[in-house]
Ligand binder design. Structure first.
Ligand code: DP6
Length: 350
């Protein structure tokens, strides 16, 4: 049985999710988490994971998510415990941990939680192993933010980008060890809104790892990779110049391209439901009429992220709600990235 050790100080990492404008889709090398292409994302603010780690009195690790506990004795091959071992061996640290994690958004609603989940897990573990919350201390022990981003990426690719706030680029490079993850602009450069429209809360997800592999079977994948640099250039230009129309056009085609690859891959995978499809048609009509100034992007699921200027967020949300009564809406925006606190409450943005 897992016994928590309340005498140990808890180290809490709060890490945001991110929404990809240029999608990480396909892996060249699964072991090293080497992506097929560069990706660009915006770090969010409201959708986040809060994870607390404390040194354990047991000789195994435990992990509790939304009240359900698993431990490394019974589940040693679980990706969470494999990640803990990776963190400890990379940093040359030892000691078992009890970890408790919670998402700010309903976990059943189909919003990818692995980005916020694995970045929060990495940070909370590092803080508990080093018994400190400061970025400077982490770096002095050899765990720079850059190193922690790459560690998080090994847990789940998109989690590497959640280690930074604002707008973040993950470049693939020419070999697995030449990958980079870095901030392009801070959150203050351009405060955009992400109106998340949850159309199918209970939709069953096909793990993205399966879909990453299936992408190589699509004949559309080669042409996609050939056009990636051009898309990255246009997206960066749009963010730099705060050109919401250019950004909107590019993110919408990018998402549809990714889903076309899913649907034509081997095996064929369809994340978009009939409702997603009807919503997209409706969005285009409303936009043409001038009733909505927002553009869609869609991750590996049926739900839609509407990206728009902050001043249009409320109106967009209300217009969606009036027309899509069953949809659940989460208002999010550009965020500053992860931070760490202790149970004593001393907080610091890393
Ligand atoms: C559609 O990061 O979930 O959200 O590395 O296998 O854990 P793994 O994949 P994951 O893939 C994310 C795919 C995406 C696009 C993106 O975030 O770039």
């Amino acid at each position: 049985m897992t016994e928590m050790n309340p005498t140990q100080r808890g180290f809490t990492a709060v890490s945001p999710s991110n929404i990809a404008f240029l999608k990480y889709w396909g892996k060249r090398d699964v072991t090293n988490q080497w992506p097929a292409n560069d990706s660009i994302s915006m770090t969010l603010s409201a959708c986040k994971t809060t994870t607390t780690a404390r040194r354990s009195g047991n000789n195994f690790d435990s992990f509790t998510l939304d009240g359900v506990t698993i431990n490394s004795n019974a589940n040693k091959d679980h990706k969470i415990f494999r990640h803990l071992n990776r963190v400890r061996s990379t940093l040359n640290m030892s000691g078992n941990l009890d970890i408790v994690s919670q998402n700010s958004f309903p976990s059943s609603c189909g919003i990818a939680s692995s980005a916020s989940g694995f970045s929060a897990l990495t940070l909370a573990c590092v803080a508990a192993l080093y018994q400190t919350t400061t970025w400077e201390d982490f770096a002095s022990f050899g765990a720079s933010r850059d190193k922690l981003a790459h560690l998080s990426r090994l847990g789940s690719g998109s989690a590497g980008r959640s280690m930074f706030g604002g707008y973040v680029k993950w470049t693939a490079g020419h070999s697995p060890d030449k990958q980079t993850i870095s901030q392009l602009w801070t959150e203050t450069h351009w405060d955009l809104a992400d109106v998340i429209v949850v159309l199918s809360p209970g939709a069953k997800e096909i793990p993205s790892s399966e879909a990453h592999a299936a992408a190589w079977g699509s004949r559309l994948f080669g042409p996609r990779l050939a056009g990636i640099d051009m898309r990255a250039k246009l997206l960066q230009e749009a963010i730099k110049n705060k050109d919401v129309e250019l950004l909107g056009r590019e993110i919408e085609s990018e998402a549809l391209e990714m889903h076309a690859i899913c649907m034509t891959g081997a095996p064929q995978i369809t994340y978009i439901t009939e409702t997603t499809s009807s919503f997209l048609s409706w969005l285009r009509t409303e936009r043409a009429r001038g009733d909505i100034q927002a553009w869609a992007t869609i991750d590996a699921g049926p739900n839609i992220h509407l990206v728009c200027k902050k001043e249009h967020a409320q109106k967009t949300a209300e217009h969606v709600k009036a027309n899509w009564k069953d949809a659940q809406i989460i208002l999010d925006s550009t965020g500053p990235g992860p931070y760490i606190t202790t149970t004593q409450g001393d907080a610091q943005h890393v």
